[in-house]
Design a protein around this ligand. Structure first.
Ligand code: LLP
Length: 381
């Protein structure tokens, strides 16, 4: 990826930089693979920077939201309500009401108590809510424990054994209509076998439902496709062909059934970088530190998930030296990379923490009273 380094020099760091050319190419790569009965709802939780959302709405994708705030951000960004799905284990009444009033496509429901509340709130508003049940398929994903969601022990979804009862229950309710099943097994998944296993589990569940005479028009397989954090320049666009063809091969849809995806990271991950300035080079007792002005408050993934983001010195190419790259926050977990080879680095150099477009800016916090990082795109310069 090339960066407008001269433009960066005058900006206050740290900030996020999004390459919308790569974003558009990524969106095109997805659209090339989609069949007419397949729909992608961008998982907005990955990044809600308005300029990024704008490109995604322009590409015609829907949105997958997990809060009232996200629903509002999507409506403001121009996503049509009929392409918005709304998931989450703990939906507040005002959030449900916002979704009902806007007329969103579907509530992905995670429990019976939640279903009852949606039914009641919809009744009061004189509406019928379309719902899909998030089923916990007890399928593991080969990823970090903190981002695995589809195991029986996780808090997400309705147990498979309860699926038929729950679907039957909606039939007695006046203001909800069950239109589908929803799944999501985890995030940063790179083994297509995990999606194949999910597909086979969905086939079993569909057969069970069919034995009760139930066929639902929509299947939503969630998101989770990973990106190459190690080699972002070699693999700037994820292998969407392999991803979609896994579902095409293993998932048996019924006639007329629509298939929905909720991709987040794979859409925006590679187009974003966190740009930071080197404050000090510090020789410690046993290590040399590059202290940058971005910290875990700006990009929490390394501290929270041991995640790796490639660090690139944008302004020095000379020589080689081994460093720990750390932030200014008063926490020992405020470390980006350890024992890392960079060109010889100096105060004032600009560095990019790559592949930070997803779950980067949006997870920033104001801890230590730090200002939130701004988000720029190539179109701003
Ligand atoms: N659908 C549901 C129901 C989800 O919970 C998620 C992500 C997605 C879709 C999108 O998944 P993706 O395609 O982005 O993998 N903060 C963590 C990731 C948390 C993901 C939570 N759910 C990280 O920085 O790695």
């Amino acid at each position: 990826m090339s960066f407008p380094i001269e433009k960066f020099r005058s900006l206050r760091t740290p900030f996020y930089y999004y390459d919308t050319v790569l974003l558009d190419e990524t969106l095109e790569a997805i659209k090339r693979e989609l069949r007419p009965n397949q729909h992608v709802h961008y998982a907005v939780k990955a990044c809600t920077t308005p300029k990024v959302l704008h490109h995604i709405t322009q590409a015609g994708l829907g949105a997958d939201c997990v809060s009232g705030g996200e629903i509002q951000a999507c409506l403001d960004a121009g996503f049509p309500a009929h392409r918005i799905v709304y998931a989450g284990v703990g939906k507040s009444d005002w959030e449900i009401e916002l979704g009902l009033k806007a007329g969103i496509f579907c509530f992905n429901v995670e429990s019976i108590p939640e279903l009852e509340v949606i039914n009641e709130l919809a009744r009061k508003l004189g509406k019928t809510a379309q719902v899909a049940f998030r089923i916990n398929p007890n399928v593991g994903a080969h990823t970090h424990d903190n981002i695995t969601t589809g195991l029986a022990e996780n808090k997400f979804g309705i147990a498979m054994e309860d699926m038929v009862d729950v679907v039957m229950k909606t039939r007695e309710m006046t203001n909800v209509e069950c239109i589908g099943l929803h799944f999501h097994i985890g995030s940063q998944i790179l083994e297509m076998d995990d999606f194949a296993t999910l597909s086979l589990r969905i086939n079993e569940l569909q057969e069970t439902l069919e034995s009760y005479g139930i066929v639902l028009p929509h299947i939503n397989v969630g998101g989770g496709l990973g990106i190459d954090y190690k080699q972002p320049d070699e693999h700037p666009i994820p292998d969407f062909k392999a991803y979609f063809s896994t579902f095409n091969q293993y998932l048996q849809l019924r006639k007329g059934q629509q298939l929905h995806f909720e991709l987040g990271r794979s859409i925006v991950g590679q187009c974003g970088s966190l740009i930071s300035r080197v404050l000090y080079i510090k020789q410690g007792a046993v290590k040399k530190f590059v202290i940058i002005d971005a910290g875990m408050t700006d990009l929490i993934r390394p501290a929270l998930y041991d995640a790796y983001h490639k660090v690139e010195n944008l302004t020095s190419q000379e020589g080689k030296e081994c460093y720990d790259v750390v932030g200014p926050i008063c926490e020992s977990s405020d470390v980006f990379v350890k024992n890392y080879t960079l060109p010889v680095t100096h105060r004032g150099d600009l560095v990019a923490l790559r592949s930070a477009g997803a779950y980067g800016e949006i997870m920033a916090s104001g801890y230590n009273c730090r200002p939130l990082p701004k988000g720029y795109t190539n179109e701003d310069f």
